[in-house]
Write a protein that binds this ligand. Structure first.
Ligand SMILES: Nc1ncnc2c1ncn2[C@@H]1O[C@H](COP(=O)(O)OP(=O)(O)OP(=O)(O)O)[C@@H](O)[C@H]1O
Ligand SMILES: [Mg+2]
Length: 280
């Protein structure tokens, strides 16, 4: 009886509490990012009024041609890049109101995996000393797993711990980057074209790994790609960007099989050998 009472919550009492399921990991409303064109000197909107929501544990993609504003959007949305307007909530915290210090504290919760794994790793550090550095910065957060087990989670042998980045293949280096992200137990992983710099033969393995990481850790994934087949294999939701704006959003299945926007149809049509085609 006492046990029952201790877990009983009076009706309505929990409504004001931020629920871990209800609260999106990332909420972007009317985001604007302006840049100055290097040639003409004119200000233009690289991101022009974008709104999106990434739920906890969800995998969301941003697709669009080169220059459509995908990276700019992701960097601004995670507080790593400048923003000119709009509202962003990261893990329920309003970015506009966060001090630099508070933002730094939030930083480990969001991990980014970039296109060029070798460029993301410090060439002067072995895999082991790179991990040691992360552990020194976040001792409590990173204590849950040792180096060998961490590498095993990304299917790398512990023998690689003493290698330097130039001694790793592209696929191995990207796995190390994913391991470093995983070590922080993030609530959101942003992957910006994570496989486009890799040999085709290892792309599928890295995508499989990202899928597994999301499923086993419950971290949400925001993946940026221009490759719709990649997006379809990993993500549940997709936002299609064109010239700084989101022109279409929805579940991948719907958007890729029955696109509403002409631009999405063009993107699909531009994919030679796609196994699926848009209905017209
Ligand atoms: N720091 C900057 N200063 C000025 N213009 C910028 C800056 N960063 C990006 N841009 C411009 O903003 C636009 C969007 O760039 P962004 O890198 O976000 O595109 P993208 O969709 O990620 O492209 P890609 O698929 O090639 O990576 C482009 O026109 C780009 O030239
Ligand atoms: Mg980009």
């Amino acid at each position: 009886m006492a046990d029952t009472l201790s877990i009983e919550v009076p009706a309505g009492n929990g409504r004001d509490l931020p629920g871990p399921v209800e609260q999106p990991v990332l909420l972007v409303e009317g985001l604007v990012v302006e840049h100055r064109d290097g040639t003409t000197g004119r200000i233009f909107r690289a991101v022009d009024g974008v709104s999106l929501r990434v739920a906890a544990g969800e995998s969301t993609a941003i697709v669009g041609e080169s220059g459509s504003g995908k990276t700019t959007l992701a960097m601004a949305a995670t507080g790593l890049g400048p923003r000119s307007g709009g509202h962003i909530e990261l893990l329920g915290r309003s970015l506009e109101r966060l001090s630099r210090r508070a933002l730094r504290r939030l930083r480990p919760e969001v991990q980014i995996v970039f296109q060029d794994p070798h460029g993301s790793l410090d060439a002067r550090q072995s895999v082991r000393s790179g991990l040691r550095e992360l552990r020194r910065l976040q001792p409590e957060r990173t204590a849950w797993i040792d180096d060998a087990a961490l590498l095993e989670r990304v299917r790398l042998s512990a023998d690689l711990l003493d290698r330097y980045p130039h001694q790793l293949s592209g696929g191995q280096a990207q796995r190390v980057c994913i391991a470093r992200a995983l070590l922080m137990r993030p609530r959101l992983i942003v992957a910006d074209e994570p496989t486009s710099g890799l040999d085709v033969s290892v792309q599928a393995d890295v995508l499989k790994l990202l899928r597994e990481v999301r499923q086993t850790t419950g971290a949400a994934l925001l993946m940026i790609s221009h490759d719709l087949a990649v997006v379809r294999s990993v993500c549940q939701t997709v936002h299609v960007m064109r010239r700084g704006r989101v022109v279409e959003s929805g579940p991948c299945e719907t958007v890729f099989t029955d696109p509403a926007h002409e631009y999405t149809r063009e993107l699909l049509a531009a994919m030679p050998g796609a196994r699926w085609r848009a209905r017209r």
